[in-house]
Every structure is written in C-alpha cells, then in structure tokens.
Write a protein that binds this ligand. Structure first.
Ligand code: SF4
Ligand code: SF4
Length: 296
C-alpha cells in the first residue's frame, strides 16, 4: 500500500504502529534492522507520528527476537511518545489487522482500512526510508532482503539495489546448494514460486527463499480430502476449502458470502493442506475477480 496515500489520510490518527512482527519463517530482515538501526526506526516512526498528529507510537516486535527487543527498549528512553511492544510469537501477527488487535485491542472492520480505527501501520524498512529521506535527503534505491532456505549455499541478509535480479541475488549467496530448488519470492507462507529468475527485486520484496522440492511439497496438487485442516488453522475463522471451491467454479458472489473479502492472505491454510492445494493462489484470483466486479 503506497506510503504517501497512507500519510495523506483524512482519518484522525491517534496511534502509529511499526510492524516488526515479521512472522514468516526464514525472513529475518526486520529483526536485523531493529538490532542494527533501532535509532533510525524510532526516528522514522517519530516523523510519521508528527506528520499525522498522532499522540503515540509503538514498535511491535515478537518475543522470539530478544536482541531486537532489548535494543528497542534501550533506544525508547530517548523517545517518550514511542514504546517497544512485545508480542507473542504467533502466525499471522504480522498481518495488519491482527497486529492492531494485538497491540491496541481494536478491531478493523472487513474492507475498512486501519485509519478507520485511528491507526496507521508502517513497516520497519518504510520508516527507515522515511528517516533517510528527511534527515539525509536520500531517495529509496535499495532495500534489505533475506536470501535463505535449505536450497541456498550461504544464507544472508543483503542490502541490494532495487531492480537486482533474483538470479544475481542467488549468485551473491554462492548459488544453489541442491539441484533445482523451488525459488519463492517473498516468504514461504505468502510468497510466490517463480521460474523466471530474471525478475527484479522490488520495494516490497522481503526475501528470496530456496526450498528443496521435498520441503516445497512438489508442484502437483491433489483433490480435497475434506480433512478440515485448513478450516482449523484459519485465523479469520473462514472455510478456505469452500471459498476456493466457489472461486474455481466462477461463483464469486458465493465465495464473497463465504468470507472471501475477510481473508488476510496469510497462507496458513495452504501450508497445512495435505493435498498441497494452491489455496492462496485461488483466493488471490477470487479477490481480483471480486474487485474487478465491484469496479464495474
Ligand atoms: S489465507 Fe487461508 S488461512 Fe489465511 S485468512 Fe485466508 S483463508 Fe484463512
Ligand atoms: S486442508 Fe486441503 S484437503 Fe483438507 S479440507 Fe482443506 S483444502 Fe481440503
């Protein structure tokens, strides 16, 4: 979501949250930035808070990042309006609406934006970029990404220029450690498998994860066996099996009725599905069709 649109909100904002939950497996970018650039994270958040006239700010960080939390608490002493907030380690705490519920106990309605409950959420790298732009006049031309997984030879966090190809990032980490790993751009829960490695790293690319074909679970999916596991894990209490059945039969209104719009695209349903059904891809498709219908 473009930052300049967030900051131009007409809603009355009282709280700004920096999302340091980073709950996707393998991705450690925000953890490292909160440890190594904590002052910049606070400074960027403070700028956003002042621009919006918000009284307070929080940097939300899961308790499985003790070094980052310790550093944030040290730096917080110099920023009286901002606190470091520890969160349980639970997927998908990094989802915006869950984060707001966890930090402030406020519920963002379906299809509404966080501004409707007086909150703006920014990512760790976004507030760092804002601090760089304001304090140093630096434009955003690079970002930090994690290159990790059992399929890469030397996992690393890299600061690389935007536009760097996936293949160059992999080569910089000494290449693949297994034959033909599955290459996921983004985290393993919500990212997309790619086969064209010339695609560039963009502003929203958090990582490149290389998994063995066994870890990835193969590219063939099987029929739904109605085990109900996807329903059990859904943090929004949705029936992903039913929603995707509707989507795949072009029954978008029925899919919306079953909760398509409430899905936060966390990927938990797909992760647990024993039939390896690409539920996230189907839900994404359903959301796109639903949005196109609303625009007509
Ligand atoms: S991706 Fe799946 S588990 Fe996550 S909110 Fe959507 S339907 Fe539920
Ligand atoms: S987890 Fe997979 S197999 Fe089980 S009900 Fe959901 S879609 Fe069907």
């Amino acid at each position: 979501f473009p930052t300049h649109i967030k900051l131009a909100t007409k809603d009355k904002i009282d709280t700004v949250i920096v999302n340091g939950a980073e709950c996707e497996p393998y991705i450690t970018v925000d953890d490292r930035l909160m440890q190594e650039s904590a002052e910049k994270v606070f400074r960027g958040l403070d700028i956003v808070r002042r621009v919006l006239g918000a009284e307070r700010g929080f940097i939300a960080c899961e308790i499985n990042k003790p070094a980052a939390l310790k550093r944030l608490r040290e730096v917080a002493a110099g920023f009286p309006a901002i606190s470091a907030q520890a969160l349980d380690t639970r997927y998908p705490h990094g989802a915006e609406k869950h984060l707001i519920k966890a930090v402030l106990n406020r519920e963002v309605p379906i299809r509404a934006l966080p501004g409707s409950v007086g909150v703006i959420v920014n990512n760790v790298q976004t507030v760092c970029a804002i601090a760089d732009a304001v304090d140093l006049g630096r434009v955003l031309h690079s970002r930090v990404i994690t290159v990790s997984g059992h399929g890469i030879t030397t996992p690393k966090n890299l600061r690389i220029p935007l536009g760097t190809s996936v293949s160059d990032a992999i080569a910089f980490c000494d290449g693949e450690s297994v034959p033909e790993p599955a290459v996921i751009v983004g985290g393993p829960m919500t990212g997309m498998r790619v086969t064209d490695f010339t695609i560039p790293v963009g502003k929203s690319t958090s990582g490149i994860v290389l998994l063995t074909e066994e870890e990835y679970g193969g590219s063939l999916h099987m029929a739904c066996i109605r085990c109900g596991k996807c329903v059990e894990v859904c943090p929004m209490y949705l029936p992903p099996n039913r929603i995707t059945a509707y989507v795949n039969n072009d029954m978008i209104e029925e899919a919306v009725g079953a909760g398509l719009d409430a899905c936060i695209l966390c990927g938990a349903c797909q992760f647990v599905c024993p039939s390896k059904r690409p539920l996230l891809e189907w839900i994404n498709h359903g959301k796109a069709v639903s949005a196109a219908k609303r625009r007509r």
